[in-house]
Write a protein that binds this ligand. Structure first.
Ligand code: ARG
Ligand code: ZN
Length: 890
């Protein structure tokens, strides 16, 4: 069934307080739920509506009596009630052990954990499980003391004690009204790293990171990240922690990254645990940003929440933007200590490039496929399918554009007003944008709202005309958004285009629009609001080269007609590091796609030369060089081909890597000399950048089969003092034809055989392996045999994402084998997963959604597999929505 945004209606009854009692048992947990239900004064008449799913109802009373009249329809329970306030009490029994969906209450490693967003709470008890019902929760947990010594829920611990039969209990009270999706409980054998800090108003608060005992030495970075995030939100937005205690709990079985439950964030272990021997620099970075993300939700999500799930980007887009800004500020702070303001700017740019890479790799394809939707969707079948790159990443870009249009101070004023109006409420995206407008003298944001309703990635085209006699450069910008499913007509959007004009000497010119008195800054933000607009710049001494969309000022595809020489010029001179990187990416894309189209061709010498200049420029931050010298992602390139041919692209990428490895071997080896491993590991962006560049050098050299490079990889692998270096060297060996790759993988496995998170890396590396050695077996064979590895389990999402997710999404060259073996394997695995965990199955199903972009032969191989999954017995609504849309005729 399709749920529509336009159908939103408030409920006739809401809940003021809820008292939950859990008698925890692995197979028969009894939940007693006492709700004070109150009539909604804004709605005339109607029953109490509760949702329940996979529950065994033991008892139900209204004001202590059996209900006079009640209807049940699937998951919906309607109770007719009189008066204004009634107490509804429901008792249900659930089986956490049988719950393999990891939504609701489930078991992991002998403990009890919950995940309620979006609609998991209804799998715990009957409740008006919608975000616009905000209630005050009191929770009592009762469990076996030996098995579950730690009992946690939201808010403050108010009571605890012993019970007969080896059981004990704890009672928690959350002072803040919250929607049910923010409820959480944990009952397990855990230990905590603790820290006490003062908030900006001087209150002392207790911070805890709860993990299994053996992981206590891997919590310090998560704790530091939490403290940094708290400080940042105080300093940047004046937002303070509102509880006396804030807890993070790590759990090994978790569908997503983490969850912002009030005062009790529950995390995938992947985003908590880190020590130098087991975590890479990227892991450290991700932990910092996910910890911050969840913490920031306390205000943007929890204090002010969403009226309905169509508004998801209200909290997610805004919170991703906040975590991106936080990470950029953290990087810039450290870099400025070492390298001054220039270093800080470069560090920010590197972070921005990361974000843009993610957007291009994940969101652009989504916008170009059957699941395309606006950041605020109009309809969905299964809400869990809408925790997407569009809602999150494009949503963050939309907030970023607001920030650009209103300026730092204007944006802050808008945030202040938003909280002053809506604290404690469940609101819509309109409410947010209206507050932004009102705080900025009624800044007209109505045209801007189209970003919330229109799907698809806009194409912006630029063309320039130079009038030498007048010293005038005329820039014409056009925009147009291609149609998306169910949305043929597109209107012009408000697109901030940050622009610089580069002179022939490589220096930026001050910008002066015709009619202006004085030349101003060298980068300016033009506002493109029409289908076509012209801007005239005057006072120029020579024909400039435009640098458009600096800092990636809008989530659009910029179509530029630049020749190789101009790309090389911008690679060398663009003052905006993002655009310098982008110029390198564009040039690389052109070279690789040409090789894909003409397998007999060679890498253009002009590219090798431009690449070599960047590689050898020691004034450039290594982290930036590592970004600029990495070829565009394979998935991104695939989407840039028409009738995409993954095999041809794979060959082209291999050839490009071999050529760049061989032709620049001396430079890569020099990089390895200068970027020698630091004696002691510390997570530091400067060190991380050096490691990234060294690891990239190993990759190119290994691809080229360079003996010195391979030997160096071997030495680094064996002598590494930290995971970043060990894994970087291993990855280089695995992505090569070297016979050492098998022994290195085995050594790595032997060392980390008991470490689940590190084994995920081991699985992913093998699933992502290219066939550099043409005589090697297809990667699929290895993936199949790894399914039977004792460490692998379809029940653990991290394992599924590492092995199957990597193979399906990150290894198109092997996955799309011409014989269709990969596609049949895909169907088999999606069906097997769907029986356990529909959310994870749907995520895996999405790996084929853009199948129509592939060659006709591949489409013919894929279609029957899509049909097979859709027709499979018990296909979940989650998977059915994804496949149904993929098969829909467009
Ligand atoms: N709100 C969480 C976050 O962004 C994500 C939870 C998503 N859960 C789900 N079942 N879709 O941090
Ligand atoms: Zn979030």
């Amino acid at each position: 069934p399709t749920i529509r945004r336009a159908d939103y209606r408030p409920l006739p009854w809401t809940v003021e307080t809820v008292d939950l009692h859990f008698s925890l048992d692995a197979e028969a947990t009894v939940v007693t739920n006492r709700m004070l239900c109150v009539r909604n004064p804004d709605v005339e008449g109607g029953p109490i509506r509760l949702w329940g799913e996979a529950l065994e109802r033991l008892a139900l009373t209204v004001d202590g009596q059996p209900p006079a009249s009640l209807r049940e329809d699937g998951t919906l329970l309607e109770i007719d009630a009189r008066g204004e306030r009634v107490v509804v009490e429901v008792r249900t029994r659930i089986n956490p052990r049988a719950n393999t969906t990891l939504s609701g209450l489930y078991r992991s490693n002998g403990g009890f954990f919950t995940q309620c967003e979006a609609e998991g709470f209804r799998r715990i008890t009957c409740f008006p499980d919608r975000p616009d019902v905000m209630a005050r929760f009191t929770v009592t947990l009762e469990a076996d003391r030996a098995a579950c010594p730690v009992l946690l829920s939201n808010g403050n611990l108010v009571e605890q004690g012993e019970l007969p039969g080896g059981r004990h209990y704890a009672k928690w009270e959350d002072p803040f009204p919250k929607p049910s999706y923010l409820f959480a409980l944990v009952a397990a054998r855990l230990v905590a790293l603790e820290r006490r800090v003062r908030t900006m108003s001087g209150r002392e608060v207790l911070l805890q990171v709860w993990v299994e005992e053996g992981n206590l030495d891997r919590c310090a970075h998560a704790m530091d990240s939490l403290v940094h995030a708290m400080r940042w939100d105080e300093e940047t937005f004046g937002l303070e922690l509102d509880l006396d205690r804030f807890m993070i709990v790590a759990v090994a079985d978790f569908n997503m990254g983490a969850m912002e439950n009030k005062g009790l964030n529950i995390f995938n272990t992947k985003f908590v645990l880190a020590k130098p021997d087991t975590a890479t620099d990227l892991d450290y970075e991700n932990i910092e940003s996910v910890v911050a993300h969840e913490y920031f939700h306390n205000w943007t999500g929890n204090r002010v929440t969403c009226r309905d799930w169509f508004q998801l980007t209200l909290k997610e887009g805004l919170t991703v933007f906040r975590d991106q800004q936080f990470s950029a500020d953290m990087l810039a702070r450290v870099a400025s200590e070492a390298a001054g303001p220039e270093g800080a700017a470069s560090a920010r740019a590197v972070k921005r490039i990361d974000d843009v890479r993610v957007l291009r790799a994940a969101q652009f394809p989504e916008d170009a496929g059957p699941m395309a939707h606006p950041i605020r969707p109009d309809r969905y079948q299964e809400i869990n399918n809408f925790y997407t790159a569009t809602v999150y990443e494009k949503g963050a870009e939309v907030i970023r554009m607001l920030h650009t249009l209103l300026g730092q101070e204007g944006f802050r004023n808008g945030m202040d007003l938003y909280f002053s109006y809506h604290d404690g409420q469940a609101v819509t995206c309109d409410d947010f944008v209206e507050a932004m407008s009102e705080a900025n003298n009624g800044f007209d944001l109505d045209p801007f709202m189209r970003w919330y309703g229109q799907a698809g990635t806009p194409r912006v085209k630029a063309s320039g005309a130079w009038d030498a006699a007048a010293g005038r450069y005329t820039l014409t910008l056009t925009q147009d958004t291609p149609p998306t499913p169910g949305q043929a007509l597109k209107l012009p959007l408000v697109i901030p285009v940050a622009l610089g004009l580069i002179g022939p000497d490589g220096r930026d010119r001050p910008l002066r629009l015709e009619g202006e008195g004085q030349a101003g800054a060298t980068t300016r933000v033009l506002r493109l609001t029409e289908a076509e607009q012209t801007f005239r710049f005057v006072g120029l001494d020579a024909e400039p080269v435009p640098s458009l969309l600096r800092g990636f000022s809008a989530p659009v595809i910029l179509e530029l007609d630049e020749d190789d020489a101009r790309l090389a010029f911008r690679m060398a001179h663009d003052a905006d590091p993002c655009n310098r990187w982008d110029a390198a990416q564009r040039y690389a894309e052109r070279v690789v796609l040409a090789l894909a189209a003409d397998p007999a061709g060679e890498v253009a010498p002009g590219f090798v030369e431009a690449f070599c200049i960047l590689l050898g420029d020691d004034r450039l931050d290594p982290a930036f060089r590592a970004q600029a010298l990495a070829l565009p992602g394979e998935g991104y390139l695939l989407e840039r081909m028409s009738a995409a041919d993954p095999a041809a692209l794979r060959s082209a990428l291999m050839k490009a890597m071999r050529t760049l490895g061989r032709a620049l071997a001396a430079s890569w080896l020099a990089v390895l000399e200068t970027m020698a491993p630091a004696p002691v590991y510390r997570y530091h962006p400067g060190d991380a950048g050096r490691r990234a560049l060294a690891n990239l050098a190993l990759r190119y050299l290994a691809a080229a089969g360079d003996e010195r490079g391979l030997a160096c990889a071997q030495v680094r692998f064996e002598g590494a003092t930290n995971m970043s270096e060990r894994f970087g060297a291993l990855a280089a060996l695995v992505q090569s034809a070297s016979p050492a790759r098998g022994t290195a993988l085995a050594a790595f496995h032997a060392r980390y055989r008991d470490d689940a998170l590190v084994l995920d890396k081991w699985f992913a590396l093998q699933a992502g392996a290219w066939r550099w050695d043409a005589t090697a077996a297809p990667t699929l064979e290895r993936v199949r045999s790894l399914l039977d590895d004792p460490a692998f389990s379809l029940a653990n999402p991290n394992k599924v994402y590492a092995l199957l997710g990597t193979f399906f999404r990150a290894n198109p060259g092997e996955f799309h084998a011409a014989d269709g073996s990969g596609h049949a394997f895909w169907a088999e695995q999606v069906i097997a997963l769907d029986a356990k965990n529909p959310q994870v199955a749907a995520r895996m199903a999405r790996t084929l959604e853009n199948w129509r972009h592939l060659t006709a032969a591949l489409q013919a191989s894929i279609r029957p597999q899509l049909e097979r999954v859709l027709a499979s017995e018990g296909c979940s609504p989650d998977v059915a929505e994804v496949i149904g849309k993929a098969l829909e005729q467009v």
